[in-house]
Design a protein around this ligand. Structure first.
Ligand SMILES: *Cc1c(COP(=O)(O)O)cnc(C)c1O
Length: 412
């Protein structure tokens, strides 16, 4: 039993362990006093937000529905914590595929895909348990786990195989505290889109160890020509999958904070976890009501040209980036197959006085005002990630400066 507290003479207000454990490695970059060349305008290829430059905009239909709905005064109250039935049904219709049908009862809406990931991970793990995540990976996975006392184990992705998972390595990491495998396809930071065969290899491991999968599919359908996105759930009838998606990237509205979980259960394996997700959704009483209200209209009726146009721009930018960066001495870009990212390998031995990817990023920023994200943020040294959403002329200037920078620091 706790004792009655005596008056205290000094203040001792401490940060909780949860807050202390919540560390997004991005902080190391943004908090650091990075030098910028004052004579050159900053070209920021580091932000994973497609709306940053204003060239990629959501369709006017989408904003029209939002403002119309605001004016009805019908969406100002609390929705159910898992989301409006009509909104969940709309997500179910939008995401259902042959062999992976979803009903509104299997959909939970969340505050962005970030909130959806938080719900999935928290519903599956206890402190001391571990989650298998990719290496390199989107930094939020580790951040969520760190805040709750969950461990992560990182399975290697292989640059030389277009970032396929090293299956043998994945298998070697599984222990008796492993509770799930997280798969991110298409990938941030890699821009990879997995083949059906590779996804089946991952599913086979999940099946063998009877581990559920959290599929981060926020870049669903964002595949370039010659590549196809396969929702993981369409490729298995036995592995239970929590598929995460949302509006942020496909609809170019990350600030609207609307994500979802599709609960692909198999023979009631997920009965408890589903209940857990519903209970956890009550912590924030669901995502923004107004954003939920647009789902039925925009998911069904946004003109197809919008999405086609977006993918065409992204693919052009990706091709342009690959072409320019491959000509820079000391840099080796890995082909992007989708999403909005490209990873570039730095041949450190080709440079004078550059020690690693962090150093490369800092010096590139200090001398050329070009901002890229070092691979260390994602767990992988001597790579950097670029976001190729910026307009081509801006990308062109950035790669020109990058080229000059690399020549200046080249060993010969
Ligand atoms: C952007 C992103 C998210 C988060 O999406 P929100 O809906 O904005 O929370 C999740 N996963 C990956 C891999 C992302 O790149």
């Amino acid at each position: 039993m706790s004792q009655v507290q005596q008056p205290a003479s000094t203040w001792k207000v401490k940060m909780s362990d949860a807050a202390r454990g919540t560390i997004n490695p991005l902080r190391n970059i943004t908090d650091a006093k990075n030098k910028i060349n004052p004579d050159k305008a900053v070209l920021n290829l580091s932000i994973g937000d497609p709306t940053t430059f204003g060239n990629l905009k959501t369709h006017a239909f989408v904003t029209k529905i939002l403002s119309e709905n605001a004016n009805t005064y019908k969406h100002n109250g609390y929705p159910p914590s898992v989301g409006y039935e009509s909104a969940r049904a709309a997500v179910a219709r939008f995401t259902s595929r042959e062999k992976a049908t979803i009903t509104s009862a299997d959909v939970v809406l969340a505050s962005g895909a970030s909130g959806a990931l938080d719900l999935c991970i928290t519903a599956l793990l206890n402190p001391g348990d571990n989650l298998l995540i990719p290496l390199p990976a989107f930094s939020l996975y580790e951040c969520i786990c760190g805040s709750k006392g969950f461990d992560v184990k990182r399975y290697k992705l292989l640059a030389e195989k277009n970032w396929e998972a090293d299956i043998a390595h994945m298998r070697s990491l599984i222990d008796d505290r492993t509770r799930a495998i997280l798969v991110n396809n298409p990938s941030n930071p890699c821009g990879s889109v997995y083949s059906q065969e590779h996804l089946k290899e991952i599913l086979a491991i999940a099946e063998e160890f009877k581990l559920p999968i959290i599929a981060d599919e926020i870049y669903a359908d964002m595949a370039f020509k010659g590549h196809t996105f396969y929702p993981l759930a369409t490729l298995t009838e036995t592995v239970p999958i929590l598929a995460v998606g949302g509006l942020a990237k496909q609809f170019l509205v990350p600030g609207w904070r609307l994500g979802w979980i599709l609960i692909h259960d198999r023979n009631n394996v997920f009965a408890e976890v589903k209940q857990g997700i519903m209970q956890l959704s009550q912590l924030i009483l669901g995502p923004n009501s107004l954003t939920q209200s647009v789902l039925p209209e925009i998911l069904a009726n946004t003109p197809a040209e919008f999405f086609d146009g977006l993918m065409q721009t992204l693919e052009e930018n990706s091709t342009f980036s690959l072409d320019k960066i491959s000509k820079i001495k000391g840099l080796k870009p890995v082909v992007a197959q989708g999403a909005m990212y490209q990873m570039v390998e730095i041949d450190i031995s080709a440079f004078n006085g550059i020690t690693d990817d962090m150093d490369f990023m800092r010096k590139l920023l200090a001398e050329e005002s070009v901002f890229v994200l070092p691979g260390s943020i994602f767990g992988l040294k001597n790579f950097f990630r670029i976001v190729f959403c910026a307009p081509i002329p801006m990308l062109e200037t950035a790669y020109k400066r990058m080229d000059e920078f690399c020549q200046r620091h080249s060993i010969n």
